[in-house]
Design a binder for this molecule. Structure first.
Ligand code: BEZ
Length: 253
């Protein structure tokens, strides 16, 4: 995955990520006692929620910093260090669950990730997930891109935000039957007066690595000015999220 997390700041200021993930859990069929892998579990808030709903859950994440927090906050849960595109489990699980993480994996690596998820599930097992879908944060990226291009820099786009039409064939090719797929807007309120500035600093790191530091603040200020009309509403900043949410069943072998 292409990000270095500031795990503490993430947990403190961006808790909406796991708050919103709660209703994704409702897509899990027969949750009681199900063996579940929370793929890209981060600091483990939703992993705990899955456990509270009666599931036998373990978390996996590629970030040692996030796992350190997860393990100390939820010592009753097993957390494994692992990359979503390169992992295997000793015993197959009933459910692989993933919230707000798969957009960090390059599009070209998704078939590999789907192969690993497929291998980790028992036949008939459920892959329930949500991540950024086509058009996610379009206004924000458009405004930032303008600032980069005005200065002659490329805007290196670090995310994969597919449509349903693009992603469901990928699931089918990997051996899944897609039983639920939805793409929807979710305008998301950000915390504090500098909500969008903080969001950009937290999540949009890769494009700025390619340019001199001296241009970063100017580009962000210009973008915020432009975005004020659409994303600053009644004194609160919002991010223009779009989610792709799916449930796919591993075909019997
Ligand atoms: C998302 O959850 O959609 C997301 C969050 C940060 C950066 C990109 C996407």
């Amino acid at each position: 995955m292409n990000i270095q997390w500031d795990a503490k700041a993430y947990t403190q200021s961006f808790s909406f990520v796991h708050q919103y993930g709660r209703d994704l859990i409702e897509l899990i069929h027969q949750p009681e006692g199900a063996r579940v892998l929370d793929l890209g579990c981060g600091t483990g808030e939703l992993t705990l929620r899955l456990r509270e709903e009666g599931m036998a859950v373990m978390g996996m994440d590629a970030s040692p910093d996030q796992l350190k927090i997860a393990r100390s906050t939820h010592p009753q849960i097993d957390f494994l260090l692992g990359d979503a595109t390169d992992f295997s489990l000793e015993k197959p699980v009933d459910v692989v669950f993933s919230n707000a993480v798969l957009h960090w994996i390059e599009g070209g690596r998704h078939p590999q990730m789907l192969k690993k998820v497929h291998a980790a599930l028992r036949p008939g097992g459920q892959f329930v997930f949500e991540f950024g879908g086509a058009g996610n944060n379009h206004l924000i990226h458009q405004a930032l891109r303008k600032g980069f291009e005005k200065r002659g820099y490329p805007y290196v786009f670090p995310f994969y935000f597919p449509s349903i039409g693009e992603y469901t064939p990928r699931l089918e090719s990997a051996g899944f039957k897609v039983v639920y797929a939805r793409l929807f807007d979710r305008m998301t309120e950000l915390e504090g007066e500098d909500g969008l500035y903080n969001w950009i600093k937290m999540f949009i790191k890769a494009p700025f690595k390619e340019i001199p530091e001296s241009d970063e603040e100017a580009i962000i200020s210009e973008a915020l000015l432009e975005l004020e009309a659409k994303l600053h509403i009644k004194g609160k900043w919002y991010a223009d999220y779009v989610r792709i949410r799916c449930k796919a069943i591993k075909n019997p072998c």
